[in-house]
Structure formats: structure tokens, C-alpha cells
Design a protein around this ligand. Sequence first.
Ligand SMILES: C[S@@+](CC[C@H](N)C(=O)[O-])C[C@H]1O[C@@H](n2cnc3c(N)ncnc32)[C@H](O)[C@@H]1O
Length: 399
Amino acid sequence: MASAPQNPTAAAAAAALRVADLPGRGRGLVAARGVREGEVLLSEPALLLYPSALASLRAYCAACFRALPADSAAAPCASCRAAAFCSPACAAAAHPRLLCTALSHCASAGLAAAAPAEAVQEPLLFLLSAYSLPDPALRAVLSLASAPPPPPGAQDAADLHAAVAALAPPHLLPAGFSPDLTAALLDKDRGNSFAIMEPYRPWTPLELQKARAYAVYPRASLLNHDCLPNACHFDYPDRPGPGNTDIVVRALHDIPEGREVCISYFAANWRYADRQRRLLEDYGFRCECDRCQVESQWKDDDDDNNGDDAMEEEGEEDGADGGDDGMEEEGDADGDDDFPHAYFFVRYLCDSEGCWGMLAPLPPSPNGELSHVFECNVCGKLRKEEDVMPDEGTSGMVH
Ligand SMILES: C[S@@+](CC[C@H](N)C(=O)[O-])C[C@H]1O[C@@H](n2cnc3c(N)ncnc32)[C@H](O)[C@@H]1O
């Protein structure tokens, strides 16, 4: 549930979008007024924030997920001693009580014994955190769209439910705790979580970069996907001050009133077949965006390309992994008719080695002046517009 905006930027952002029912797409967010490039469309705290793995609890504050200081300044959680906090304020904020209790009862060895593989730790940490939520927040998570059923071989919801039941004291579990509720929550997690990544390390391929935490947001989780998005999300987990895990969504370019605002659920350089496979398997829909309609006609974009669908979620707008070691390539034919979106790639895709983040303009100044500076949402690099588009004067609307 959205909390009241704390600052003018968040207040302006709150007025920029409205929720709409969109045929064939469920709910989505639509521009409630014309917005300018770089404008903050959404800035909100997480409904639910949870560590990506047990290892994350050793490296990041259990409350705010900033990197823990290397020295002894980090204070272990007084209850479980398995998690740590970066400051007295974070220690006072604490971490999810079921997670804390599970860690203190079993110690991390016990939890690890129940969940040896990292792939299993993540859903368990999610469930222990979700079942710690107050009832309204739990209901808000349950109101989000469900992902399609997991593929065969994925961790069984019944096993995860049994693991939670074994780790959590019954009196702390919420009313309604059941295998069905656990399965429903897991579906929400898969369809709506955003990764908050570990600090960016240059030259590290995206697929090797890990999430420190995952987050579900009340409104950002309503953003639908487009392979040519008009917005992208940022997070600034190591930023000082409050709100470091808030998600920030900014417009890539001007967006007219009434137009749906979409993000890409993964790195925009993925090829057609990989995008379609990922969207169908993990989100349950076939993408029919403008770009997919063009690329579906290309002859050489078969399943044999070197894309990678082993990425974290996002809704998960995620912490997107690169699906490829190169930019999306043209199809068979020559010319802009066959690759009408080249402008988008040049302008909005970061060209730092192995990054493939999205470049969004910094917000306009309070008097409405455009920044002409682009920020990458993965590596954080800032680039002047003339370096992004040497032949362009000032930016314009992208059609
Ligand atoms: C993160 S949620 C987005 C909000 C969702 N539409 C809702 O009603 O709550 C992801 C789900 O939205 C739907 N969706 C997202 N992008 C879509 C698209 N381009 N076309 C059709 N459905 C889409 C799919 O059902 C997907 O699993």
C-alpha cells in the first residue's frame, strides 16, 4: 500500500500515474497527464523487502540492505545473531520477526540444512518475510497479479510450506497459513518482485551479478512490460538517508496523457525468441508490442541464438541480466524499415562493457529545464546527451 509522499518529488510523481484496466493486460499504469523526459513517475517504498540468500544477511544490513561496514561497527541482531544491522536506527527497525525467529531457533545452520541450495533459500526467505507482514500488507501482496505456475522441477510449494511450518513457531504464523496461501504468495513473488542488486562491479557480466535483496512494491508492481519501454526503474540502495530501498521510476522520453507507462522486465538487448520465451514462461503472456511485431518477421531470430533466460525476476524489473553478449542485431533485410528501433537502442541502452542497463534522463529542474544528462540504471554512469546522440541537438519525443 502506498504511503503518503514524503517530499515534493514523490508528491508530483504520485499525480503522474493512474491505475487503469487494460484489455488483455490486467491492470497497468497510465500517464495521468503529459510527462516530460526524465520526470519521476513513481517513487515509493517497498511493501515487502527480503534478503536474496543467507549470504546476503552476512553482507548487508538486515533492515536497510546497505553494505555492512567491514569492521565490527555492524551490530548483530540481538535476537537471532545471524543477521546484522548497520546502525542503531536499523537495529530498532528490526527485520521480519518470523525470519528472525527462524534464524534464532535454528541458527543459520538449521535454515541452511532445510534449504541447502541458494535457489531454495530465496523462496524460503520470501515466505518467512511475507508471513511476517501485518495483515493489510499481506493482503496488498495477495492483490497483485499471479505468475503462471512454475515449470516442472521448480521447488515444490508444498515442500516450501512444510519448511516454513518447521521453522516458524505456530503462534507467530498468521491466520490463514496454509499450503494454498503459501502457493499463492509464491506466485505473487515470481510475478512481481524486483531485484535490488549488489553494488555494480565494472567488467562483471550481468549474469554474474547478484541481487542483495528482492522487493515487492505496491504500484511499481502494476507496471506492465514493453520491449521498447517508455520508463525504467532505479534504486539507490547505498544512498545515505531514509528511503534508500525506495524504487524510483523515470520517464525515458516525453509521454502524452493517457499513454500506458511500461518498463522492460529484462535487459532490452534480449532477442525476440528469448524475450517471448521468458515472458510466456515467467509472466504468462505473448508480447505483441511494436518491436515484437517487427522482429517476429525476422527470419534469423530462431531459438538458436545465444540469449540467456537465466535471469532474476523484476517485475522484477528487475535486476536484468544481459541475454546476449551483443546488441540486438538486424534481421535479414537492410535498412531502417527492418530495424526501425535502432534510435531507441542508441539513445537508451548503456554501452558500458557488459552493462545493458537503460539510460534515462535525469529529472528536469524545478523550473522545467531538461537535464540533457542520462543516467544508467545498472552501472550508474552519467552521460551527456551529446555523447549519447552526437548528431542530435536537444532531445525530442521518441515515437
Ligand atoms: C508485474 S504484473 C503487472 C501488473 C498486472 N497487469 C496486474 O494486473 O496487476 C505482470 C503481469 O502483467 C501482465 N502483463 C505485463 N505486461 C504485459 C503485456 N505487455 N501484455 C500482456 N500482459 C502483460 C502479465 O499477466 C504479467 O504476468
